[in-house]
Design a protein. Structure first.
Length: 257
């Protein structure tokens, strides 16, 4: 087998400083080019498990931390503790811990906002940056910057003032209600959320646009509905990992801003 295609195990690691503790997964040769994967909501470093193995086999050193408020990394009680600047600092601390000056940073969802800010403020720490799921917003990933970009053909302002971001305003207006419905049954919530998309919905309003007027993600119900696990998306083992983590930490980190 070519040395560049050697299968590497995914290993667990932990680093602690005076300001923050980070759990992370790592895979690949320690001297390989470094890629750090930054997850979004509601996920974990575990969400990158397949990318870690695939790119490690190509010779990269791949690292995926649990972001603050998630998994086995530090959890904080105040909204302000989840400001992007703190997550950026966490990633810089992780880079120092790994003994590297720069990395390729890959962000998904809320993780994208972190890598944008990192690249904008610390370009010397970036070899490259990739953003998945959401586009780059120079002024920040916030409703004030997103709502003006809403397609009013799909989301008429009279019905959807905030477009697909209606769910976000629901969080801000009814945070305790939203959190309680998510956390009432972690198993149900993970099963309901980790599912394939439906191509029939292309060009139609997202279900998240109705969250505000439906009084929650589940039509005002106190918890997520009971649905079968989508085996095409998540295994029973992976389901158990997410459920155990979110049952301990809750479902809200940066998305509660």
């Amino acid at each position: 087998m070519s040395p560049s295609l050697i299968p590497y195990p995914v290993t667990e690691h932990f680093t602690k400083s005076d300001r923050h503790s980070s759990f992370y997964l790592a895979c690949g040769p320690e001297t390989g080019p470094l890629i750090i994967f930054v997850h979004g909501w509601p996920e974990l470093g575990h969400s990158w498990r397949r990318q870690l193995r695939s790119l490690a086999a190509l010779g990269f050193r791949c690292v995926a931390p649990d972001m603050r408020g998630y998994g086995r990394s530090s959890i904080y009680g105040a909204y302000g503790d989840y400001a992007v600047e703190h997550s950026v600092h966490d990633m810089l601390d992780l880079l120092v811990h790994l003994g590297r000056d720069r990395a390729i940073w890959v962000g998904h969802d809320w993780g994208s906002a972190v890598v944008w800010a990192l690249a904008s403020n610390h370009p010397e720490r970036c070899q490259a940056v990739a953003s998945l799921c959401v586009p780059y917003i120079a002024n920040g990933f916030a409703p004030a910057n997103l709502i003006p970009l809403v397609s009013r053909k799909t989301y008429p302002e009279s019905a959807y003032p905030a477009g697909q971001w209606e769910y976000w305003l629901f969080y801000q207006e009814h945070f305790d209600r939203a959190r309680a419905a998510f956390e009432a049954n972690a198993d149900n919530f993970v099963r309901a959320l980790f599912r394939k998309g439906d191509s029939a919905g292309q060009g139609k309003p997202s279900f998240m646009a109705d969250v505000r007027r439906n009084n929650g993600w589940f039509g005002g119900a106190d918890e997520a509905p009971s649905v079968p696990r989508d085996a095409a998306v998540i295994t029973e083992q992976d389901l158990s990992i997410y459920v155990a983590s979110f049952a301990r930490t809750g479902f809200f980190g940066p998305d509660s801003w």
